[in-house]
Design a protein around this ligand. Structure first.
Ligand code: NAD
Length: 423
């Protein structure tokens, strides 16, 4: 099943549980608007190159469309449609006044110069500017995009409309109207969700963080932030990975040391020791190098996929030994895998809830950009904590009412809120 089919399948299942009619379901599945275009860029060598781009506006019944812009060589329209739909359910389940949208550019940012990347970002905005705006559609970063790129985009938009309009993009640099705390918001929201879950979980109830092993797949914005937050709160993060592969250290990895290293060199040096207990006096024992598949199959308490979609499918679901999966990536577990894992008793805290901290952080940035009044980092994180705790409680309540999985409970809640707004 493709990512889009997975998304449609879970919506159908949740709609049936919530008693939503087939006619309404069709409306809920269909995007409001799909923009598809080519961005022409003059490359540094003088050649011309076209980059395919998309913006999908899925549903705005709860407020302006909201969702990131992905830059990835494999991006395609179906993926953007699935991600836009997920945004509708995510903003709904975390109780925000936003709808759902998503964008993408099919490009490999690693192969582009800064000038070429800026041209693509500005070109992207020239294609969609009449369809976006602070009260219409508010894009943000996603995989492969960052604060600098949002700044170029906001600048291009402001030029096109003839006045400064910082509230049209979130995830901007702090000095250009961004919000304190936005960078860590998704990881932080994931931590809050896990903290609330652990208070209720029959699996891990009463266990101290230090007795819980964690593996994190993906070490970008989301993966590195959740790994750091858990490490600093005493969880034993025993494995991490990025697209180049993973590291395993069963006594725990010093995440701060890895982050420092990555900031300096841009890479995780696979040939260094990152063990928590390394005293540096004796010969260091290097972390064991593992593949991404091996990381997913480790026997851990908590597995956190924080890279891309469809990482756990019917092909490897049987081999998953984690007790709990905290989905910080969007769509990391396929629909078929979800069923297999449910039978095995693996609890999954679904993406639309677990990674909702990012869009909650964006919401607070949007408010600040609109009002011109800025909050400190502590205040923003307290607000994200309160919003995510409330969202978790809401989903837990729906889970008890319908006696269902966390995923279906989150979707039922999200769908109901959108359907109510429609009537
Ligand atoms: P990012 O580009 O900063 O990082 C992605 C990381 O995944 C990188 O470390 C990359 O090396 C790694 N990766 C790529 N392919 C991999 C593979 N096959 N195996 C292991 N690692 C791999 O992206 P991000 O912003 O951290 O986003 C990660 C996920 O979280 C995506 O699914 C994204 O949609 C989702 N998400 C992000 C945010 C946000 O605020 N950034 C919010 C909600 C959801």
């Amino acid at each position: 099943m493709s990512f889009l089919e997975n998304t449609e399948e879970i919506i159908k299942e949740a709609a049936s549980l919530a008693g939503i009619s087939k006619d309404v379901l069709v409306k809920l599945e269909t995007p409001d608007k799909v923009l598809e275009f080519e961005i022409s860029v003059k490359m540094d060598d003088g050649s011309a190159k076209n980059f395919p781009g998309w913006r999908v506006q899925h549903n705005d019944k709860l407020g302006p469309y909201k969702g990131g812009i992905r830059f990835h060589p494999d991006s395609n329209l179906d993926e953007v449609k699935a991600l836009a739909s997920l945004m509708t359910w995510k903003t709904s389940v975390v109780n925000l006044p936003f709808g759902g949208g998503k964008g993408a550019v099919q490009a490999d940012t690693h192969t582009l110069s800064k000038r070429e990347l800026e041209q693509i970002c500005r070109g992207y905005v020239r294609k969609i500017w009449q369809d976006i705006g602070p009260d219409k559609d508010v894009p943000a970063p996603d995989v492969g995009s960052n604060a600098q790129m949002m700044d170029w985009m906001a600048d291009e938009y402001s030029k096109l409309v003839g006045h400064s309009e910082p509230a049209v993009f979130t995830g901007k640099p702090i000095e250009k109207g961004g919000s304190q705390g936005r960078e860590v918001a998704t990881g932080f929201g994931g931590y809050v969700t896990l903290r609330e879950y652990l208070k209720k979980s029959p699996i891990t109830y009463n266990l101290k963080p230090t007795s819980l092993n964690v593996a994190v797949q993906g070490f970008g914005n989301v993966g590195s932030n959740i790994a750091k937050l858990l490490f600093e709160r005493g969880f034993k993060v025993i494995a991490i990975s990025d697209s180049k592969g993973g590291l395993l250290e069963s006594d725990g990895i010093d995440i701060n040391r890895i982050i420092d290293e990555k900031e300096k060199t841009g890479l995780i040096d696979q040939g260094k020791c990152y063990a928590v207990d390394c005293d540096k006096k004796n010969a260091c024992i290097l972390c064991q190098q593992i593949s991404n598949d091996e990381l997913l199959e480790l026997s851990v308490d908590i597995l956190i996929p924080a890279a891309l979609e469809n990482q756990i499918t019917e092909k490897n679901a049987d081999k998953i030994k984690a007790k709990v999966i905290l989905e910080l990536a969007n769509g990391p577990v396929s629909h078929e895998a979800d069923k297999i894992l449910e039978k095995k008793g693996v609890e999954i805290i679904p993406d639309i809830l677990a990674n909702g901290g990012g869009v909650v952080g964006s919401y607070f940035e949007w408010i600040q950009s609109k009002s011109g009044k800025y909050w400190g980092g502590k205040e923003v994180l307290e607000k994200i904590d309160a919003q995510m705790t409330e969202a978790f409680r809401g989903v837990a309540e729906t889970k008890s009412k319908y006696n269902t999985s966390w995923r279906l409970a989150a979707y039922v809640r999200a769908l109901n809120r959108v359907v109510e707004a429609w009537q």
